[in-house]
Design a protein. Structure first.
Length: 312
């Protein structure tokens, strides 16, 4: 597998006018109208495809991300893209950057059915993976047998079933989700989790998932932009040694994990994408890997800081 085959594009920061990514605002078109954000999305998707990226990830709650992606797919007609999306959150921001609430979470059978209809209506013929959005260890999904059975039916349509995780107990969630079976078959085929050099608490569980045959996707590898905009001094130093920017260094650290099948990029402009892609040229030595491994922080503190990031 070529290194570029392990990269994907995530549309969390492109499908809606406000998000929590640091360093995003200056790269977006002024005004952030629907038309402007659609054009920005198409431009990034064009550049990513030209570079060789063949995985794109969206969600029902990413504003109009699925709509933008569907338009791009129908216009460009690629026949080699893997498209993943997610259900469980509903976008309620009304295309306002200062909305009091931007998304609402609900893991229920009704929400699953309605959002799958919406995703399929936009992405029918392209959707390869459908994931529970931000599954947690206390999610009602674990007790809802009807919901589990409904999701298992996706396999008959050629759609893989997955889940994403967030929060300080990602490892617990991953292991609990891996144990779910419907009619003797494991329910989930993919897992998408937050991993970066500051938040490594899910690493052992993700390695277990990979070894068990699940496809592992990594998200937020730049810590919502913090590792690109205000990285620890050690990250800046090692990035300089490798003649790349800190964002590429952080992405390269994720790519250095052999159990990580797909590493998602959250670029919102061609310039960010080009900088990110420099990660493919980074080769770490043992000292650099050791230094980076010492940067992880307790997950409770990491997620508290993430939850305090403003939507802008």
């Amino acid at each position: 597998m070529k290194p570029i085959d392990r990269l994907g594009i995530g549309l969390a920061a492109l499908g809606r006018p406000a998000y929590i990514n640091v360093g995003r605002a200056g790269e977006l078109p002024p005004g952030r109208s629907v038309e402007m954000m659609r054009d920005a999305t198409w431009t990034v998707l064009d550049r990513a495809y030209e570079a060789g990226i063949r995985w794109v990830d969206a969600a029902r709650s990413y504003g109009r991300a699925e709509e933008f992606l569907a338009g791009w797919l129908n216009s460009r007609r690629p026949d080699d893209m893997t498209v993943s999306s997610k259900w469980g959150y509903t976008y309620v921001g009304d295309w306002k950057t200062d909305a009091a609430v931007h998304e609402v979470k609900e893991h229920s059978l009704d929400r699953y059915r309605s959002q799958y209809r919406e995703s399929r209506g936009l992405l029918d013929g392209h959707l390869s993976v459908y994931q529970v959005h931000s599954l947690t260890a206390d999610s009602p999904l674990f007790q809802d047998l009807r919901l589990q059975e409904a999701m298992a039916e996706l396999s008959a349509e050629g759609v893989r079933v997955g889940f994403s995780t967030s929060g300080p107990r990602q490892a617990d969630t991953i292991r609990r989700a891996m144990a779910l079976h419907v009619s003797g078959q494991r329910l989930f085929n993919t897992v998408q989790s937050t991993w970066n050099i500051l938040e490594t608490s899910a690493e052992d569980a993700l390695r277990e998932a990979h070894d068990a045959g699940l496809r592992v996707l990594l998200k937020e590898v730049l810590a919502n932009g913090r590792l690109a905009v205000d990285p620890p001094p050690a990250v800046r130093s090692i990035a300089s040694e490798n003649d790349v920017r800190p964002d590429a260094l952080a992405l390269a650290a994720a790519l250095s994990r052999p159990w990580a099948d797909v590493v998602l990029i959250g670029a919102v402009s061609p310039a960010q994408l080009e900088s990110n892609l420099a990660a493919l040229n980074v080769v770490f030595d043992e000292r650099q890997l050791r230094v980076l491994s010492e940067l992880s922080v307790p997950p409770e503190g990491y997620w508290a800081e993430r939850s305090a990031l403003p939507w802008t």
